[in-house]
Design a protein around this ligand. Structure first.
Ligand SMILES: Nc1ncnc2c1ncn2[C@@H]1O[C@H](COP(=O)(O)OP(=O)(O)OP(=O)(O)O)[C@@H](O)[C@H]1O
Length: 203
């Protein structure tokens, strides 16, 4: 099966005033189409560093990074803009990228209807529960039609009960939409729902 992401012999060392800090050592993984991979590691083990490399914010010290497709990013917090309604929050990426075409708006309409947000499209973020807000954040990421989703501790801001519901929701939506995803977390309960896991430890 086609690799959406392939990471080989990845190493990252930071050079600080206190000396060299080796953060990633010989990391290897691949993500195939339709797969959801969790990267689980303690705070400081280099999870954000991997995401920064995958989003091209950071050039690795050494190693190969192959990414086949468009990357979308979902953050820990939903970052919804309180002064824009749900529809306008969801289309913000399309506006910024000047891609608010008829085709894109049809995609947004389908996503909103499929994932039970259509009736809420004219409401404002503060009128929605934490779980629904996170669903809006996911649909906003999907609106720009990415192939690969990067999820950075997407449930950690939610309380335990909501987290279980939302994580089921997010996995279902990603699978249903045929996307591939990498979820990064330090929380084993967040990681356990995923079949494919990569553990990273402090170097
Ligand atoms: N640009 C940088 N320069 C120097 N050190 C850095 C830089 N970026 C990250 N680090 C260090 O690299 C280590 C790994 O950081 P990183 O943020 O990737 O860990 P993490 O696993 O995402 O942690 P957390 O879960 O706390 O966010 C940390 O010790 C951090 O201080």
């Amino acid at each position: 099966m086609k690799d959406m992401v392939k990471i080989s012999n990845l190493n990252q060392t930071f050079y600080t005033k206190d000396g060299e800090l080796e953060v990633l050592k010989n990391i290897n993984f691949n993500l195939t189409k339709g797969q959801i991979l969790t990267i689980l590691g303690p705070s400081g083990s280099g999870k954000s560093t991997i995401l920064n490399i995958l989003t091209n914010l950071l050039k690795p010290t050494s190693g190969d990074v192959v990414i086949n497709g468009k990357v979308g990013y979902m953050f820990q917090k939903d970052h919804l803009l309180e002064w824009r309604n749900i529809m306008d929050n969801i289309t913000i990426g399309l506006e910024i990228q000047k891609k608010k075409t008829d085709e894109a708006m049809k995609r947004v309409e389908r996503l909103l209807k499929t994932y039970d947000l259509w009736d809420f499209r004219n409401m404002y973020p503060k009128e929605l529960s934490g779980g629904m807000r996170q669903r809006v954040a996911l649909i906003r990421t999907l609106a720009v039609a990415p192939d690969i989703l990067l999820l950075d501790e997407p449930f950690s801001a939610l309380d335990y009960q909501t987290r279980i519901l939302v994580s089921d929701d997010v996995y279902r939506i990603i699978k249903n939409e045929g996307k591939s995803a990498i979820l990064v977390t330090h929380d084993i309960s967040e990681a356990i729902c995923c079949k494919v896991q990569l553990l990273i430890k402090m170097v």
